[in-house]
Design a protein around this ligand. Structure first.
Ligand code: NI
Length: 397
C-alpha cells in the first residue's frame, strides 16, 4: 500500500477538523471583497491566519500577496500551490447573511473559496509536517482578474525559485459538486486584446461623397478580420478573434469621422499567437487604405495560455482517483477562457484543475461573474483534500 492510501483516513479526519474554519474564512472573505491590486485587508487576513498555524516561513513578495513555506521532515521535491484572492466590480444580489459589505465589489468568481481552501491545506500540512515529503510553497496571489495579473509580478519577485512543480484549482459552478475535472495539455487560451481606430472624414449623411465613411470602412474591417480565422490559420489550431466594441457616431444624419474597435484574440500555440497581430494589421491597413482612410492599431498580449504538463496531470489524476474514486473524475477539454496561473507554469511544469461547486438542488446555478454567483461550500473540503493528497503524490521521490 502506498503512503497516500495509508494517510487517507488521517487526511479525511484532518479535513473534517478544519471544515468549520474553512467555511468561516470563506464567509469572512466573501463579506470583505477587494478589487485586483487592492487586496490589502485580504492579504493581511491571510498573513495573520497563516501566522496562527505556526511553523510556516511567511513573506510578502508584493504589496498584496503572501507566500508561506513549509519544510517537510521527509525527503522530497518542492511543490508550489497557488490560490488567487481578488474580487470583481459587481454589485452582489445574493440574499444570504454574509453578502458583500463592500458595495459594488463582490467575490463573484470563487476566489474567496480558493483562498480558504489553501489556508485549510496549509493548516493541515503544518500539522502533518513530520510526514510531509519535500517543501511546499503556498502562493496566495493577488490580481488574477485584471491584466497584467499578479502571477507575473510574483514570478519576477522570485516566488517560483527552486520550485519543481506547481498546481492550482478553480472552483467551478458549471460542474456539479463532487466532481473534479482534469485536463492534460492545453487547457486555457491566451486572452490578448486589440484596439483599432479608423480615421475617415466626417460630414453630412446626405452627402456621403464629401466624406470618408468610417462606419462603412469599419464594418469591412470587422468582416475581413474573420478571414484570418477562416482562411489564414490552420483549421486544426483553435483561434478566436472577436470584435467586441464598435463605437462611432452621434446622430442619424451625421457620418462620423472615426470609429473605434476593440476586442480579443485567443489561441493556445505560441507561434500562432506571434503571427496574428501582423495578419490583423495587414487587413486593417489594406481595407482603410483602399477607401482613403487611415488607422491606428495596437495589440496587447494578455496572460500566457494554460498548458498542463502531462506527467504532473497524470499524477494528480491518480491521486484524485485514489481519494475520490474514478467516477468523480472528469477528463475535460480545453476552453478559450484565460487564467494567469499560466504565469507560474513558465517556471515549472504544472497543472490546473477544476473542482465542481454547482448544485442545482440548492439553487447554486448562476455562472461565474454573475451578481448571484455562489458556490456550494461542500466544495471547500473537497479542494483541501485534493491539494493535501496531491502533495503526497507529487512531492514523494
Ligand atoms: Ni476566477
Amino acid at each position: 500500500m502506498s503512503d497516500l492510501i495509508n494517510s487517507l483516513d488521517k487526511v479525511n479526519e484532518l479535513v473534517e477538523s478544519v471544515k468549520e474554519d474553512i467555511v468561516k474564512w470563506r464567509r469572512y472573505l466573501h463579506q470583505h471583497p477587494e478589487l485586483s491590486f487592492q487586496e490589502e485587508q485580504t492579504s493581511q487576513f491571510i498573513y495573520d491566519t497563516l501566522e496562527s498555524f505556526g511553523g510556516l516561513e511567511l513573506s510578502r513578495p508584493t504589496k498584496t500577496s503572501v507566500v508561506a513555506k513549509l519544510k517537510g521532515s521527509r525527503k522530497g521535491r518542492t511543490l508550489a500551490i497557488r490560490a488567487d484572492m481578488d474580487a470583481l466590480p459587481i454589485k452582489e444580489e445574493n440574499q444570504f447573511d454574509f453578502v458583500s459589505k463592500n458595495d459594488g465589489v463582490m467575490h463573484a468568481c470563487g476566489h474567496d473559496g480558493h483562498t480558504s481552501i489553501l489556508l485549510g491545506t496549509a493548516k493541515i500540512l503544518s500539522q502533518l509536517k513530520e510526514e510531509v515529503p519535500g517543501d511546499i510553497h503556498f502562493i496566495f496571489q493577488h490580481a488574477e482578474e485584471l491584466s497584467p495579473g499578479g502571477a507575473e509580478e510574483m514570478v519576477q519577485a522570485g516566488v517560483m525559485d527552486g520550485v519543481d512543480q506547481v498546481i492550482g484549482l478553480h472552483l467551478w459552478a458549471p460542474i456539479e459538486i463532487g466532481k473534479i475535472e482534469v485536463v492534460s495539455g492545453p487547457m486555457m487560451a491566451s486572452p490578448d486584446e486589440f484596439h483599432i481606430t479608423i480615421k475617415g472624414k466626417g460630414g453630412h449623411a446626405a452627402q456621403p461623397h464629401f466624406t470618408i465613411d468610417s462606419i462603412a470602412i469599419g464594418a469591412q474591417v470587422v468582416t475581413n478580420l474573420q478571414h484570418i480565422v477562416s482562411r489564414n490559420i490552420d483549421p486544426l489550431d483553435p483561434l478566436v478573434l472577436s470584435v467586441t466594441q464598435f463605437i462611432a457616431g452621434t446622430a442619424h444624419n451625421v457620418i462620423p469621422g472615426s470609429v473605434y474597435l476593440n476586442g480579443t484574440v485567443r489561441s493556445f500555440k505560441p507561434e500562432l499567437r506571434e503571427e496574428v497581430p501582423a495578419l490583423m494589421e495587414r487587413i486593417v491597413k489594406g481595407v482603410t487604405e483602399a477607401h482613403g482612410a487611415s488607422y491606428e492599431f495596437s495589440y496587447q498580449k494578455g496572460y500566457r495560455p494554460v498548458i498542463n504538463d502531462k506527467e504532473v496531470t497524470t499524477k494528480l489524476r491518480e491521486a484524485f482517483v485514489e481519494t475520490f474514486g474514478e467516477e468523480a473524475i472528469k477528463d475535460g477539454v480545453p476552453t478559450m477562457g484565460g487564467e494567469d496561473f499560466s504565469g507560474f507554469q513558465q517556471k515549472a511544469p504544472g497543472s490546473f484543475f477544476m473542482v465542481g461547486a454547482g448544485n442545482e438542488e440548492k439553487g447554486i446555478v448562476y455562472p461565474h461573474h454573475h451578481p448571484r454567483f455562489t458556490i456550494d461550500e461542500e466544495s471547500l473540503p473537497i479542494g483541501v483534500k485534493a491539494f493535501v493528497q496531491a502533495v503526497f503524490k507529487l512531492n514523494a521521490e
